[in-house]
Design a protein around this ligand. Structure first.
Ligand code: NAP
Ligand code: GDD
Length: 359
């Protein structure tokens, strides 16, 4: 019997880790993930795919570890013997990285280096190739030097998080060039979903809308709503990660939709979905401003389209609808209040399309 391909994921409990795990399991992989010990369960996003490891059918396995601890990363690599590693683990909140810069850089920057060193040694000793995916970010473009941003656009990071991602990007390139590792950088623009962390702006908004409709919240406090982002759908983006590791040669790719929208536009569309005027609910709070802001991101995914055959499948309007619907449903207010102002026929069409996109 041929052995299943084995993948190891850091950050498996996060938004992307959960979608990537589902995707790899569908592709027939055995999936191993590194999780951190927490005082309450943090595996909500992967509980639905978890099977007790005593069950012979189990193909998802979890290991305790942390990107700040190289010895454990090495031990897990030796135990699991993966052929692909996806490095998604990170303190991924840009605003928080200004409050907690050392920890952010240790995880986001040094964590990558620890993994690359472990792979270099393992591969050198065993001769077994381990393909490596690094979760790079459009935040690396920061104060943008070119519109739209592509693989050759110079980086200008504007936060501790983004500086650490630039470090990891170049370490990944260096390990590829110095030691011949099959190491790829995905430069992913913002991608969202109903599983997005609750303090990122899109989810903060859609969750607040549901709570407002459910009469559990009156106001939504935000920072800079003029910032513009290239927002895509997370499920599309994890497919791109996998595609990068299936190519003949390792390379770096921008993954984006090629469209940009402001937070203000997200507010209009999402509140509009439930027939509310966002201006009646949204208030400014300077605590959500960043010491340095990234004003505009818009990516050019031409290389990914041409070389990986990748393209996004979900529009901005669909993404907004998907997220609002999911938060309404979570509070059980969808049927009564969802998509106010739309005819029931329109609503049925929207929901039909959304159900084909998500789950
Ligand atoms: P996320 O939801 O914040 O998930 C981050 C994951 O990293 C969680 O599983 C978290 O574990 C884990 N983690 C945090 N600190 C860790 C540490 N010290 N050691 C090991 N694991 C640790 O992030 P995401 O949106 O899925 O993003 C995945 C990756 O892509 C991140 O590296 C992010 O920086 C990058 N990225 C994201 C986007 C985007 O728009 N989503 C765009 C570009 C790049 P806990 O559950 O225990 O906290
Ligand atoms: N989080 C948050 N909360 N952002 C706000 C708020 C607020 O109350 N009000 C306005 N914003 C603005 C931020 O200033 C930023 O310009 C924009 O909304 C998006 O913020 P986030 O959703 O926090 O995402 P991000 O763009 O900073 O970072 C995300 O995308 C990066 C890729 O470009 C994260 O997922 C990063 O990990 C990722 O690398």
């Amino acid at each position: 019997m041929t052995q299943r391909k084995r993948a190891l994921i850091t950050g498996i409990t996060g938004q992307d880790g959960s979608y990537l795990s589902e995707f790899l399991l569908e592709q027939g992989y055995e999936v191993h993930g590194i999780i951190r010990r927490t005082s309450t369960f943090n595996t909500d996003r992967i509980d639905h795919i978890y099977v007790d490891p005593h069950n012979p059918e189990a193909r998802l396995f979890l290991h305790y570890g942390d990107l700040t601890e190289g010895v454990t990363l090495r031990r897990i690599l030796e135990e699991v013997q993966p052929v692909e590693i996806y490095n998604l683990g990170a303190q991924s909140h840009v605003r928080v990285s200004f409050d907690s810069p050392e920890y952010t850089v240790d995880t986001v920057g040094m964590g990558t280096l620890r993994l690359l060193e472990a792979i270099r040694d393992y591969q050198g000793r065993t001769g077994i190739e381990v393909r490596f995916y690094q979760a790079g970010s459009s935040e690396m473009f920061g104060k943008v030097q070119e519109i739209p941003q592509q693989e050759t656009t110079p980086f200008y990071p504007r936060s501790p998080y983004a500086c650490a991602k630039v470090f990891s990007h170049w370490q990944t390139v260096n390990y590829r060039e110095s030691y011949g590792l099959f190491a790829c950088n995905g430069i992913l623009f913002n991608h969202e979903s109903p599983r997005r962390g609750e303090t990122f702006v899109t989810r903060k908004i859609t969750r607040a809308i549901a709570r407002i409709v459910a009469q559990q919240q009156e106001k939504l406090y935000l920072g800079n709503i003029d910032a513009k982002r290239d927002w895509g759908y997370a499920k599309d983006y994890v497919r791109a990660m996998w595609l990068m590791l299936q190519q003949k040669t390792p390379d770096d790719y921008v993954i984006a939709t090629g469209e940009t929208h402001s937070v203000r536009e997200f507010l209009e569309l999402s509140f509009g979905y439930v027939n509310l005027d966002w201006q009646a609910y949204v208030e400014f709070d300077d605590r959500y401003l960043r010491p340095a802001e990234v004003d505009l991101l818009i990516g050019n995914p031409a290389k990914a389209k041409q070389q990986l055959g990748w393209q996004p499948s979900v529009t901005f309007a669909e993404l907004v609808a998907l997220m609002v619907e999911a938060d309404l449903q979570a509070l059980g207010v969808a049927a009564a209040n969802g998509a106010g102002g739309k005819s029931s026929a329109d609503l049925a069409t929207i929901r039909q399309r959304l159900s084909t996109i998500h789950e």
